[in-house]
Design a protein around this ligand. Structure first.
Ligand code: ALA
Length: 877
């Protein structure tokens, strides 16, 4: 009995023998396709080929494609677990013809593969055809299917389209009758699992545009899809996909973890099926770079993960458990999908973190539910409002059945109708925001692309070239000529301008024609292979057909190249320092800066950052040559070239290689040698989402400017500290230390003062002729300390004369401070003079504050005592 893996192999081999090129699965994230949230069929990566926008080297292809149907037009999420044949994630086997063979061969290949290669019993197979498709009906009859097992069906079942817009056509399905032992109708498209669709052959004939109108495709084509999981079940004689060898190991792992066998209770079996299905989806989604979030793809992942976590509770599992099962999924599928192995630790971490978060919200939900129940009881209601329930469900991901249980325990019912209404409303909102909008390409670009040939891009080698103006767009219309002041978009037959893409900014520059000049501010590629130069006419007139000199702004371009090569070095260095789980999530390469987002679980530690920066600069000094080559995508990935999921790759890809250090698929422009980068400087490391870090950096002139700026700041500091840059740190350290010391002294002083009262330690306040005179000797103080102390006393007493003395080493210091109200009658600079004489010195200052120093330290007592007499003398004098 063939295993699932053998079936995948046999399918591809069969079609290979019949002239089909085997194409690897594309990512679950559709490449540059805003109409679609997830890759939901094998044909998605060939959409452009069907529409005639893209050329391939082959007219026949076959693939085993990773698909996800958990949002948008094709959504099986709610069926999962309830049937034995629906999945969120599944593998679609498909064969494709791009204007090559059509209905007859498609039917013949399908029939032959199932009945001759796999030897499925012919009398169990059904064919359905689109109601008006007599041709397909006739072809099935001709091949030997009796008319009793050919069924005509309507648009719902037999007209297929990938999304609201895009390629589509009538289809013909092959169904398999599992026999009376399986519940369900004995005909296709009925209820139950008994007769199950296994293969869909789509006769691609139309393109549905954003208005819903059908336009014939350039060439009638074939797109087929067969779920590998269903095929495995049928071939292995199992009645549900979960009994096939593709799922058994996963179910077994769940059985072991939950300590209960599969196949005993319907509720528990369903829970195990949901968990098994969802685990596969979770692993593949994370492997393709999706992270849980509150919108778009991330939201779908979050819902799937939480749904799986919730079903775990039904099996009595406590705490996060999903992460314990991702390894089984990876082990089962990594041979066919090596990305699972490469992202293993990311899958585990993200799954665990998200489930923990979910359990936490579940806890909060339980508490909120308690409140809701209490409110309802207080208000003497008998049911819980649908709105409150929905909030629980939506905000906290709180399972409705759990809420129902609690409510029942409290003798309350649930307002399910209200809940459903709120849910419906939200689904509407989600549907509107989830993607499925009309494509964003402006119609004018599509029109231009039809009228012009693909732009030849010369910019890897050349920076200026002669080119012919093929089309001019101004104000969203085609124009024959434009004049000074017009904002224009220009399409040339060839160009050195790089069009924005792969994270790199588009080029700027000038187009100079015989009669005028256009300054180009941006270059984009709104449709594949059509470069649109956007700018403004700054002189004269430019006409369609003009021969122009197209020259890009070289300094901007070279700056961007330095940042782009720098980004590749950074990526490789991060993988070396942090580990191979580092995976690019996005990047921005502009002339002035670079930004790189990547998967990693904690902030990158300073020592690691230093290592990364060091490694990049080392590669710069080694002056590695940057090599590029064009090769098959499979070969490139096999060679270990890193691919970024968000970019669009054809089957021929460009690989940018920096010695043995870095190898990435990339269409961007780079330096020739790493030495051109000059210098690489990290600017910041921050977090952008759970598990995603961002590094910003500068290269070349930007890095140099950054360092110059820092140097200037250090010079300014040195000036401030009255020292030289090399000494500024020592000086600053000293200052900080002495500040700290001062703070401590000040604290001590405050404490001493606060202890108040009499005694020499605390100082003495005496009324002299009605004036408060504070007199205190505190040895070991500097003049600054005395000043600070005097301020404290003045603040406290409001109106007073403060006389302080201190002996330190061989020096006696005196300070007199007088509050403003008294400084007219008792100027400090006069009071201090006789006191200064006693300690053998002179004194001076202002009426509010004066100081003196002398050598006669043993006279300090006398000098302080004299202060009282001086005040008295002045008061009475
Ligand atoms: N694209 C077709 C489907 O998904 C084959 O059913």
């Amino acid at each position: 009995m063939p295993t699932g893996h053998e079936l995948r192999q046999s399918f591809l081999e069969y079609f290979h023998q019949h002239g089909h090129t085997i194409v690897p699965s594309s990512s679950l994230i559709p490449q540059a396709d805003p109409t679609l949230l997830f890759t939901n069929a094998g044909m998605v990566q060939f959409k452009g080929v069907f529409l005639g926008e893209e050329q391939r080297e082959y007219a026949r292809a076959a693939s085993s494609q990773k698909c996800l149907r958990a949002g948008g037009k094709h959504n099986d999420l709610e069926n999962v677990g309830y049937t034995g044949r629906h999945h969120t994630f599944f593998e679609m086997l498909g064969n494709f013809s791009f204007g090559d063979y059509f209905k007859e061969d498609a039917i013949r290949f399908g029939w032959e593969y199932l009945t001759a290669v796999l030897q499925l019993p012919k009398d169990r197979l059904w064919a359905t055809v689109y109601q008006e498709d007599d041709e397909a009906y006739g072809l099935w009859e001709k091949i030997g299917v009796p008319s009793s097992r050919i069924m005509r069906c309507g648009e719902k079942d037999n007209f297929w389209q990938m999304a609201e817009t895009g390629p589509c056509g009538p289809c013909s399905e092959i169904h398999y009758d599992q026999g009376a032992g399986v519940a369900g109708d004995a005909v296709p498209n009925g209820t139950g699992d008994r007769v199950m669709e296994i293969w869909n052959l789509v006769f691609m004939q139309y393109h549905r545009n954003e208005h819903g109108t059908l336009h014939p495709l350039p060439k009638p084509s074939i797109d087929t899809g067969m779920g590998l999981e269903r095929l495995a079940a049928v071939v292995q004689g199992k009645t549900t996909n979960y009994d096939s060898d593709l799922f058994r190991p996963i179910i077994r792992a769940i059985e072991e973890l939950a300590h209960r066998p599969y196949g005993t209770s319907e509720d528990e079996d369903r829970a195990m099926r949901v968990i098994a299905d969802h685990l596969r989806a979770i692993s593949f989604m994370i492997a393709d770079g999706i992270l849980p979030s509150n919108e778009g793809r991330g939201y779908v992942l979050r819902r799937i993960l939480r749904r799986a976590g919730r079903y775990g509770r039904l099996l009595g599992l406590e705490g996060p458990f999903l992460y314990k099962l991702t390894d089984v999924v990876i082990a089962e599928l990594k041979a066919a999908y090596p990305e699972l192995e490469r992202t293993k630790s990311t899958i585990l971490h993200v799954t665990n973190a998200e489930e923990e978060r979910f359990l936490d919200t579940l806890d909060k939900g339980l508490r909120l539910l308690d409140e809701i129940v209490a409110d309802a009881k207080r208000a003497k209601r008998t049911s819980i409002s649908g709105k409150a329930l929905f909030k629980l469900y939506d905000t906290y991901g709180f399972p409705l059945d759990l809420a129902a249980d609690s409510a029942r325990d409290q003798g309350l019912t649930l307002d399910e109708a209200g809940f459903q209404a709120a849910l419906q409303e939200q689904r509407e909102r989600a549907r509107k925001s989830a993607g499925f909008e009309a494509t964003k390409t402006k119609p004018i670009y599509t029109e231009v692309s039809r009228l012009t040939s693909p732009t030849v891009f010369l910019g890897y080698e050349e920076f200026t070239t002669q080119a012919t103006v093929l089309a001019i767009i101004t104000q969203e219309r085609m124009a024959k000529d434009v004049v000074e002041g017009d904002e224009v978009e220009v399409v040339l037959d060839r160009t050195p301008f790089y069009a924005e893409g792969g994270g790199q900014a588009g080029d700027q520059g000038v187009l100079t024609g015989p009669e005028g000049t256009i300054e180009i501010k941006q270059t984009i590629k709104p449709v594949p292979e059509v470069f649109v130069h956007q700018g403004i006419v700054t002189r004269g007139r430019v006409r369609q057909g003009d021969l122009v000199q197209a020259s890009l702004n070289l300094s901007l371009r070279l700056a961007a190249a330095r940042n782009h090569t720098g980004t590749h070095l950074l990526h490789a260095a991060l993988r070396e320092v942090l580990g191979p789980h580092v995976k690019q999530y996005g990047s921005l390469v502009a002339p002035s800066r670079l930004r790189f987002d990547f998967a990693h679980f904690s902030p990158v530690r300073p020592i690691q950052l230093e290592e990364v920066e060091g490694l990049v600069n080392e590669r710069i000094r080694l002056n590695d040559r940057i090599g590029t080559k064009v090769m098959g995508i499979t070969e490139a990935v096999q060679e270990g070239a890193l691919a970024f999921f968000g970019d669009k790759y054809g089957d021929k890809v460009r690989v940018v290689e920096i010695d043995a250090f870095s190898k990435e698929l990339c269409g961007g422009t780079h330096c020739r040698h790493t030495g051109e980068i000059g210098l690489f400087k990290l600017v910041a490391e921050t977090g952008v989402a759970a598990g995603v870090r961002r590094i910003e950096a500068q290269t070349g002139e930007g890095a140099y400017e950054l360092l110059k700026h820092r140097e200037a700041e250090i010079q300014a500091l040195a000036d401030l500290f009255k020292t030289n840059p090399p000494d500024v740190l020592a000086k600053a350290r000293k200052l900080v230390a002495s500040l700290k010391e001062k703070d401590q002294e000040l604290e001590k002083l405050k404490a001493r003062l606060a202890s108040g009262g009499a005694g020499k330690e605390a100082g003495e306040i005496r009324k002299v002729s009605g004036i408060s005179v504070y007199n205190h000797q505190m040895d070991g103080m500097e003049m600054n300390d005395l000043r600070a102390l005097a301020d404290i006393v003045r603040d406290r007493e409001k109106s007073c004369i403060v006389v302080l003395g201190s002996v330190k080493d061989d020096k006696a210091s005196l300070l007199v401070a007088v509050t403003k109200d008294l400084s007219g009658r008792f100027p400090a600079n006069e009071l201090i003079k006789p006191l200064a004489a006693i300690i053998g010195g002179t004194g001076g200052g202002r009426p509010e504050m004066a100081q003196a120093g002398g050598k006669l330290t043993h006279e300090m007592d006398r000098a302080l005592a004299q202060a009282f007499s001086e005040v008295e003398r002045k008061a009475n004098g």
